[in-house]
Design a protein around this ligand. Structure first.
Ligand code: SAM
Ligand code: SF4
Length: 329
């Protein structure tokens, strides 16, 4: 049995696959108003057939977990077919999807039927005004309905992601904690990363999870959750009397790169070994060539040698000039 292992002895078993770079939201931290996005031309997108082939090889190399992302993955008309080919891949054990929730009410049932296991939903504010300020949309209620529907059809556990932005939603910390008390969801606070921002801009808006945890502990009683395996920059707590949990994703204040188990593949098939690495290797032409299985396997193994040991965002390194919407968050 083959297994992708990088030069730092990290076992890679998780792929975050972006299926589109398009989005119907314009989140402040991801697609700021001055951000000029160049979209992938339609013919360069990985098709369902490309994705099927890609994961045949990735599965043989030890990939077991896939997260579908974007852009907004539910904008892809064939998203249910993408889930289905992953479900039919005997190597893949966990299929999840991260969404802004706008189309979730409409699509949750079909996604579940097709084999999706769970969803993460971005929800940066529980207040319509701040939600509008952050996302440039008036869709808070619609997103909430999507979350309820996802829960009803069993796309669990449901994780709610909130990027903390100083001056925009940091005042809502306690409201989010209460949300996790009232509902059986895992509310995760995510540190704002400087993708496509200058260091000075980032400093204005950055709110550390360290600070968030200190504030929450002053008001609520928390019990840390023991995680089976620590492979990401996250820690979880049960709040006294709560139905759900809270979590902290802290790539800046706590660097977990030594436990990294993931690679990313963009909507046009670029292999990204780290969110912040600049070197991409396009896999699309290989997937559409003859002898693709052998070539793809060799390319993946060879390129994994370039996976960086860590990023230096905590030390002031500025992230990839590309935003998450291009790479796949
Ligand atoms: N559109 C979907 C959504 O919003 O959930 C999926 C794609 S989005 C790029 C994936 C995740 O990246 C979201 O949870 C979003 O909050 C996060 N994200 C985007 N830009 C970020 C940034 N600069 N810092 C931290 N997280 C970011
Ligand atoms: Fe779109 Fe998600 Fe980026 Fe917001 S975070 S702009 S919803 S891709």
């Amino acid at each position: 049995m083959k297994q992708l292992i990088d030069p730092y002895n990290r076992k890679i078993d998780y792929v975050r696959l972006s299926v589109t770079d398009k989005c119907n939201f314009q989140c402040f931290y991801c697609r700021p108003s001055l951000f000029k996005q160049e979209f992938v031309p339609d013919h360069s997108y990985l098709t369902v057939a490309d994705i099927e082939k890609l994961f045949i090889v990735l599965g043989r190399l030890g990939i077991r977990k896939v997260k579908l992302t974007g852009g907004e993955p539910l904008l892809r008309k064939d998203i249910v077919d993408i889930v289905r080919v992953l479900r039919d891949n005997s190597y893949i054990q966990d299929i999840s999807l991260i969404t802004n929730g706008f189309f979730l009410e409409k699509k949750a049932f079909d996604l579940k039927e097709a084999g999706l296991h769970r969803v993460n939903v971005s929800l940066d504010s529980l207040n319509e005004k701040s939600f509008q300020k952050i996302t440039q949309t008036l869709s808070l209620e619609r997103v909430k309905k999507g979350i309820v529907k996802a829960y009803d059809v069993g796309l669990e556990p449901i994780k709610i992601n909130a990027v903390l932005v100083k001056g925009m939603n940091d005042e809502e910390l306690f409201d989010f904690v209460r949300f996790s008390i009232h509902y059986p969801f895992i509310v995760r606070f995510i540190e704002f990363m400087p993708t496509g921002f200058t260091q000075a801009e980032h400093q204005v808006y950055y709110f550390s999870n360290h600070e968030a945890l200190l504030r929450i502990k002053e008001k609520f009683s928390l019990t840390p959750k023991i995680q089976k395996e620590q492979t990401g920059p996250s820690s979880y707590f049960k709040v006294d009397g709560g139905k759900g949990e809270i979590g902290f994703i802290s790539p800046l204040s706590h660097n977990f790169c030594d436990k990294c188990n993931r690679i990313r593949i963009t909507a046009k098939g670029d292999l990204k070994l780290c969110l912040f690495s600049q070197e991409d290797r396009n896999l699309l032409s290989i997937l559409r060539s003859s002898h693709w299985e052998k070539k793809l396997e060799e390319t993946l193994i060879e390129n994994l040698r370039l996976k960086p040991k860590h990023h230096d965002l905590g030390k002031g390194q500025i992230g990839n000039v590309q935003s998450f919407v291009n790479i796949g968050g």
